[in-house]
Design a protein around this ligand. Structure first.
Ligand code: DAH
Length: 348
């Protein structure tokens, strides 16, 4: 390498001003790194003619000193620019933003449902995720041959449990209605409660179904509870959750544990009832099942069905969340993708 070339490098090294720590690191690697310019120049010392070697050595040393000096100077400066240095300089500067976590959208919606029902006097109850046949099926009037008990739908568990607490074969609960039974067995009316929880079904995973998901069950038992109470409660919920303009519609349906039973639709929260692919251009989307608790279910739980009546409803938290935030694929809830979760920053 010619003397002019080394002079040029010295000039470059001296003129350098980094704009960031990364910049400075590039500089260090270029000049002082193991594979940097100086290593190269020192290695080439052998090839220099003996009479020029001294001058060459001096030039290379000058380059080395210039690079080292620059590096030391800016290293110190960047360190001072850190929190401490900055605090000494200007206390009015805003602090670096802190990366915070987010609530999972299902948590946000679960908490919102709890809050909405809390305002009209519903408390929160919970129950076990591993359930017995009695609480998940029998007490709720599912006949022994009901398809919901089928191996296709239910994850049965091969385990012998405390016979005081569990009756019959064990399974992962397929719905939160099992909590209804547990609460009714342990409390006397009036009961007004909602029961959030995770449920499990032996289903193929797709955009619309998963082997685990979340539900909220709600029920109210007292003297003289009527279908009108149910309807008004659900209208209140729908409008609190999806906006005051939301309409509801009840369609007759069937569940073993309610009589009469209904499914409730809300006016599509995405297109406001105009018609879109979420509501399949009907303007309505189904959000829950409900009905008057069948008197035989009350009797199964030792509640006097001549004196008391009650309503119940159950909804999927994923479904409500998908409608609220226009989410198209259920699987995204359990993928832990921060690009998805970050979009809920600051909510809740
Ligand atoms: N347990 C039902 C299900 O998982 C949902 C349901 C329907 C719950 C009607 C209720 C009800 O309390 O009254 O599909």
């Amino acid at each position: 390498m010619s003397a002019e070339n080394i002079d040029q490098l010295i000039e470059e090294a001296k003129a350098f001003t980094p704009s960031s720590k990364e910049d400075l690191e590039h500089y260090r690697l270029r000049f002082l790194g193991k594979k940097g310019v100086l290593t190269d120049l020192f290695a080439k010392m052998k090839e220099v003619a003996p009479e020029q070697r001294k001058a060459y050595g001096q030039q290379v040393n000058e380059l080395k000193l210039a690079a080292e000096e620059k590096l030391a100077l800016f290293r110190e400066q960047f360190e001072q620019d850190g929190d401490e240095g900055r605090a000494q300089q200007d206390l009015s500067l805003p602090a670096d933003p802190m990366a915070t976590g987010t609530f999972h959208p299902l948590t946000l919606v679960r908490r919102q449902i709890i809050k909405i029902f809390g305002r009209i006097g519903f408390n929160v109850s919970e129950g076990p995720e591993i359930e017995d046949d009695w609480h998940n099926f029998s007490a709720l009037n599912f006949p022994p041959e009901h398809p919901a008990r089928d191996m296709q739908d239910t994850f049965f568990i091969d385990l012998h449990a405390d016979p005081e607490r569990y009756q019959g074969p064990l399974a992962l609960r397929t719905h939160t209605s099992s909590i209804q039974v547990r609460v009714m067995e342990n409390q006397a009316p009036p009961i007004r409660t909602i029961c959030p929880g995770r449920v499990y079904r032996n289903e193929a995973i797709s955009a619309r179904a998963h082997c685990f998901f979340h539900q909220v069950e709600g029920f109210y038992i007292d003297e003289g509870v009527s279908f009108a109470d149910l309807k008004q409660t659900l209208l209140y919920f729908a409008q609190e959750m999806f906006g005051a303009e939301t309409k509801i519609r009840l369609r007759p349906s069937y569940f073993p544990f309610t009589e009469p039973s209904a499914e409730m639709d809300i006016s599509c929260s995405i297109c406001k009832g105009k018609g879109c692919n979420v509501c399949k251009y009907s303007g309505w989307v189904e959000i829950l099942g409900c009905g008057m608790i069948d008197p035989s279910v009350l009797e199964n739980c030792k509640i006097d069905a001549d004196k008391y009546s009650g309503f119940a409803f159950g909804m999927g938290i994923e479904r409500i969340t998908m409608l609220k935030y226009a989410i198209k694929d259920l699987r995204i809830f359990s993928e832990n993708d921060v690009r998805f979760l970050d979009q809920f920053k600051g909510l809740g």
